[in-house]
Design a protein around this ligand. Structure first.
Ligand SMILES: CC(C)(C)CCc1c(C(=O)O)[nH]c(=O)[nH]c1=O
Length: 312
């Protein structure tokens, strides 16, 4: 029984990995993912220069998930490029993901030019949940800007590249986004990022639980799973076959991973549950997924990927 997968024509021994932002800030954390059962890792979203991010507390977990307003704290793109370059030499049989985000089109182009000029042989994940010009919604909700960015991105970058999308909640938005994305040679779409601007309250103290943005932050975990599954399946149904789906959101068991793959995911990423349990979670999730596959008579992910049944 195998949980291996292929993405962007590249083989991964395991379909489970971290979600950008969780357990991937520095070499210490990335080493722990590298030495776990995860099939690979994605770095914290790298920006043009290092960022300290927002004031703490900026992450809070509950028994149903998490809220965060980290503010993109990261070591800067070059730090992650150097780390990956070292890993490509030390552990050459694996392929790594570099997450990036520019705060405008020029920064996106700069980041991609840096990667293009390096010895990077991995996969780029462009985070489209980044802020736009003030007064406009995040890029992922500004469809014209998505199209403009992707047009430019594929003029400047030639390696395998996918995008991380925020969740959508309207069928028309799935249709509109898929129509845009199907124009581009994307390797994958990663659905979903956290649900933006949720609020988790401590009713005893009658206070919010994180400091930035008056307590507003991205929601992950169990709260996110139905939305994540819907986005994975909606894009799986609409995108051309060459654009694969990475499923992110609400995975804390082998069953959750199974459901994401049943909805069409080729790779699954773990965030909130990884933050809570640490990298040994990948051994548990892999064992649980294999048990489910065994019980159902499946030997590979292709036996059930995307084969969700409807109640016709
Ligand atoms: C929310 C942004 C800071 C604009 C991007 C980075 C990010 C963050 C973050 O660094 O706050 N948290 C998330 O849950 N998803 C993200 O994509």
């Amino acid at each position: 029984i195998s949980t291996k997968t292929t993405l962007a024509g590249i083989h991964f021994d395991n379909c489970l990995m971290n979600a950008a932002g969780v357990y991937c800030y520095d070499a210490s954390e990335l080493n722990q993912i590298q030495n776990s059962m995860a099939g690979t890792f994605v770095t914290k979203t790298g920006t043009v220069t290092p960022r300290t991010g927002n004031q703490v507390p900026r992450y809070r977990a509950t028994h149903l998930g998490s809220i965060n307003s980290m503010g993109l704290p990261n070591k800067g793109l070059q730090y992650y490029m150097d780390y990956i370059s070292q890993q490509q030499k030390a552990v050459p049989h694996k392929t790594y993901f570099q997450s990036i985000a520019g705060f405008n089109l020029a920064e996106d182009e700069y980041l991609l030019a840096q990667i293009q000029a390096s010895d990077f042989t991995g996969v780029v994940e462009l985070n489209l949940s980044c802020p736009n010009v003030p007064g406009k919604p995040q890029i992922g909700y500004d469809f014209e800007t998505v199209e403009k960015i992707l047009t430019r991105v594929f003029e400047v970058y030639r390696g395998p590249l996918g995008i991380k999308l925020p969740p959508y909640f309207d069928i028309v938005h799935f249709d509109q986004m898929a129509t845009i994305l199907n124009q581009f040679p994307l390797a994958f779409v990663n659905s979903v990022n956290s649900i933006g601007n949720g609020l988790i309250i401590d009713s005893l103290s009658e206070r919010v639980t994180i400091k930035p943005k008056h307590g507003f932050g991205g929601i992950g975990g169990d709260y996110l799973k139905p939305t994540a599954l819907a986005n994975v399946h909606a894009f799986y149904q609409r995108l051309k076959p060459s654009i694969q789906i990475i499923g992110t959101g609400g995975i804390k068991s082998g069953q959750d991973a199974f459901e994401h793959i049943l909805c069409g995911a080729s790779m699954v990423q773990v965030g909130t549950a990884l933050h809570a349990e640490g990298p040994q979670i990948f051994a548990r999730l892999t064992a649980e997924l294999k048990t489910i596959m065994y019980q159902k008579g499946y030997t590979t992910l292709t036996d059930f990927r995307g084969k969700l049944n409807y109640l016709d």
